[in-house]
Ligand binder design. Structure first.
Ligand code: NDP
Ligand code: A1CAB
Length: 257
């Protein structure tokens, strides 16, 4: 069992808690100022607290508060170098955190799929065995240089929102043609999941996989023609860039502090 504290039990923190609870490998302390947030995660944790200092003793402390709340939380968090502070706060540089904690800092950017143990995460270091176990239980991760955390934040951190939007558009087209909403939503979501699984498991290129779906004289070729002639490449590029630029902007604010 790895003892872990999660500070901030909002959207991400509560999803981390539910994901870790499913793996059954962790003793979890949940910390938040908000009583409702603690009540919501209470069935999945061993202990809840409103006091940051009570969450500070675990070997791994996960920081899942909003960027602007990081500094006040760190002011109350007494940690030592053998403990790891695993920060999931977007755009908060490692240096900024290291200057304010005695703990060993690992910066990470997961996404909401921590909930199902299928997150895509970028981390600046693998950390010790406890940290690696936690990351493994939450999904898959890659180790990247800190300079790449802004693009990771846009791609895999914000990414689920962009994918949810695409699922919504595809499902809506199905409903427009007569599918029941539930059926359309399931077909669209399962199609994303299945396609993603093929990409992860196949050694073929994405162009090869597109070809494999595109039967001669069939349906896909018509759809692909519309897609290729559209502005979707530019739109998705701009979507990712906008999120990346915002991450850089927030990072710069921290570096000025
Ligand atoms: N949402 C996501 O998909 C992802 C989020 N992140 C990062 O995770 C962090 C949290 O994001 P998200 O979960 O969306 O935000 P939320 O606002 O949903 O959650 C933050 C939680 O922290 C609580 N909080 C505020 N101050 C303290 C404090 N002093 N001590 C303990 N808890 C406190 C908040 O309470 P209250 O609301 O009362 O202030 C809230 O419950 C951010 O830094 C974000 O960049 C990273 C990857 C993905
Ligand atoms: O929107 C945000 O700022 C956070 C970071 C990545 C996902 N959510």
């Amino acid at each position: 069992m790895v003892e872990v504290s999660v500070i901030g039990c909002g959207h991400l923190g509560s999803a981390v808690i539910r994901g870790l609870a499913k793996s059954d490998n962790h003793t979890i302390t949940a910390c938040d100022l908000d009583e409702d947030a603690l009540d919501a995660v209470e069935p999945h944790v061993d202990r809840t607290t409103k006091e940051v200092r009570e969450a500070a003793s675990a070997p791994v402390v996960i920081l899942a508060v909003r960027p602007q709340t990081v500094s006040p939380v760190l002011n109350q968090l007494q940690m030592s170098p053998e403990q790891t502070l695993l920060s999931f706060a977007a755009a908060v540089p490692t240096d900024f955190i290291e200057e304010r904690t005695g703990g060993t800092v690992v910066r990470g950017m997961p996404n909401l799929a921590v909930e199902t143990g299928s997150t895509a995460a970028a981390v600046t270091a693998e950390g010790d065995e406890d940290v690696r176990n936690i990351l493994d239980d939450l999904g898959k991760y890659v180790v990247v240089d800190e300079s790449l955390m802004d693009i990771a934040t846009a791609l895999n951190g914000s990414g689920p929102a962009f994918v949810f939007y695409l699922i919504k558009i595809m499902a809506a087209a199905g409903v427009e043609s007569g599918l029941a909403e539930d059926d359309a939503a399931r077909l669209a979501a399962q199609t994303f999941k299945g396609a993603a699984e093929i990409v992860l498991q196949s050694e073929e290129s994405l162009d090869h996989l597109i070809d494999a779906v595109t039967s001669e004289g069939g349906t896909t070729i018509e759809g692909m023609e519309v897609l290729r002639e559209s502005e979707v490449d530019d739109v998705m590029e701009r979507t990712i860039r906008a999120a990346e630029e915002r991450s850089i902007e927030i990072t710069n604010d921290f570096e000025r502090d």
